[in-house]
Design a protein around this ligand. Sequence first.
Ligand code: NI
Length: 225
Amino acid sequence: MLLHLPGILTPDELAHLRGALEAADWTDGRETVGAQGARAKRNEQLPEASPLRAQLGKIVLAALARNPDYFNAALPLKTSAPRFNRYAGGGEYGFHVDGAMMRSGDGYIRSDLSCTLFLCDPSEYDGGELIIHDTYGEHEVKLPAGDLILYPSSSLHRVAPVTRGARLASFLWIQSMIRDDVQRQTLFDLDLSIRQLGGGDTGNHAAILRLTGIYHNLLRRWADS
Ligand code: NI
């Protein structure tokens, strides 16, 4: 499932993040990947131990927490601390699959979903598309500032070289309550349908009640906790 969620950040939050990141000290993005990733990756990141990273990460997590579509689509069990990166001057990240287990605090989270939150508008830079290869082919993603894409961490993906301007983004990984992508998509489709049915005066109250029961009973059957 590839899911575009618009308007994750308010204009004030976006301006705050942009201002802080434009004044930040960046480090080589290869610090946080293994040997294979290091060959493909040419970008900059906020240092792992940076207090600014922690502070801006909280803003991103709070924005995600108030977005019901994000919750219903991702069904997050554990979320990695958000990181921030910058691509400019031809910077790119070649095709790779994200690591399966990510260090988080004292333990690990399993990456089921990867998430990129765009912080620059497409007009501000050339290139920098997130290119995701899945079973349905190749998708190019370049979203307005403040919008987010959720995609399976198991997919092969890359970031195209940025040939003009700079591309700032936040990214994180999610261990979902629902490990399987198809099951998670099924639940999200069911949830969307129930909400759409409930929106009008349909007279289908009993049917909506049954569908809601099915949603929760599938979730109960499939979820890790
Ligand atoms: Ni990646």
